[in-house]
Design a protein around this ligand. Structure first.
Ligand code: 5AD
Ligand code: FES
Length: 348
């Protein structure tokens, strides 16, 4: 086990078989060894800094119907909402005062927001806060649209590939969605010049170890600036409500591997991790993550952006989350910094 982790640390990619062996035969001791190495690499690039991203969930309307997601269009029990441009800008204002220098505009795929609407919102945020980065997380769009948002000032784009196996992709998505289009979107985003974030769920229904290895190899090939991974958690109003959501330990192990695989990558310790374990976000950081994404959405909509059950922070004001996060990070010896938190260049 240790030999495989050492090999990864030396920046050598493992074969499919080696990755399967590493994941399937992992022990708590191997995990500790992995996390120690992952932290060392993380400290080399980012010392004990924690980068903040302010997450603004601006619409929970979605035209898609992914089987795992609580805001899928077929969920008639979801109470839908949209924020106005003014509400979004108000979130940015509150966020700026709290020390956020990156805003993540996340939403379902909601055609109500036209490209022109989005461009106006992006422009205005960048005008008001030229020292901040704007990250979009609004799903699959055309090359033209991606280009237009970029020209308007968007800096980064998050689009998890969800699973790099076509067979698995088709088991967790309706037939209207395809892995090939998703991958094409990621390539388009890179070509346009975005800092790109991909990622996947750990423990999603029907996922095999081989699927996880495919995710790792796809990420290695794509070489994104950010990788968002989190445990699958069932949502009670989806077709996957009966599936197990107990994937925290494996998620942490994957975080450790990804840190060694792409040493300088931006790696969030996700809300989903914090949802399945009260100390999940701290554990994510101690496994090699270096980013946290506290919620900046207005409190009255937070309990409506439910991708999965029991999501944390739905009753807290932005300021509470911001300070809670700082305390949590300080307790484990890390410092939340006021910075855009761009990726550091890779050294050999
Ligand atoms: N459990 C965990 N993560 C989920 N996501 C969507 N639904 C769930 C769920 N039930 C993730 C997807 C998506 C991101 C915004 O949230 O990976 O890309
Ligand atoms: Fe939201 Fe702790 S981060 S309450």
């Amino acid at each position: 086990m240790k030999d495989l982790i050492d090999k990864l640390e030396k920046n050598q990619i493992l074969t499919k078989e080696e990755f399967v062996k590493l994941i399937e035969n992992r022990t708590p001791e191997a995990a500790d060894y992995l996390f120690e190495k992952a932290r060392a690499v993380r400290h080399k690039y980012y010392s004990k800094d924690i980068y903040l991203r302010g997450l603004i969930e601006f619409t929970n309307y979605c035209k898609n119907d992914c089987y795992y997601c609580g805001i899928r269009k077929s969920n008639k029990n979801a109470i839908r909402y949209r924020l106005t441009k003014e509400q979004i800008l108000e979130c940015c204002k509150i966020g700026y005062e709290l020390g956020f220098r990156t805003y993540v505009l996340q939403g379902g795929e909601d055609p109500f927001f036209t490209d022109n609407n989005l461009i106006e919102i992006i422009r205005e945020i960048k005008q008001n806060y030229p020292d901040c980065a704007v990250t979009l997380s609004i799903g699959e769009k055309s090359y033209r649209s991606y280009k237009a948002y970029f020209k308007a000032g968007a800096d980064r784009y998050l689009l998890r590939h969800e699973t790099a196996s076509e067979e698995h992709y088709n088991k967790i998505h309706p037939k209207e969605l395809s892995l090939s289009n998703r991958k094409q979107c990621l390539r388009n985003l890179k070509e346009i010049g975005y800092q790109v974030g991909s990622g996947f769920m750990v423990g999603s229904p029907y996922q095999t170890t081989e699927n996880l290895v495919e995710d790792l190899l796809f990420i290695k090939e794509l070489n994104p600036e950010m990788v968002g991974i989190g445990p699958f958690i069932p949502h009670h109003d989806t077709p996957f409500k009966e599936f197990k959501g107990d994937n925290g330990e494996l998620t942490l192990f994957m975080i450790g591997i990804i840190r060694l695989m792409i040493p300088n990558v931006l790696l969030p310790s996700t809300t989903a991790l914090g949802t399945i374990d009260p100390n999940g976000r701290e554990k994510g950081i101690l496994s090699g993550a270096n980013v946290v994404m506290p919620n900046l959405s207005p409190v009255n909509v937070r309990d409506k952006y439910l991708l999965y059950d029991n999501k944390i922070c739905t009753g807290d004001e932005s300021a509470e989350c911001r300070h809670c996060m700082e305390n949590r990070m300080n307790k484990i010896g890390y410092d939340v910094v006021v910075s855009r938190g761009d990726i550091k260049p890779k050294t050999i």
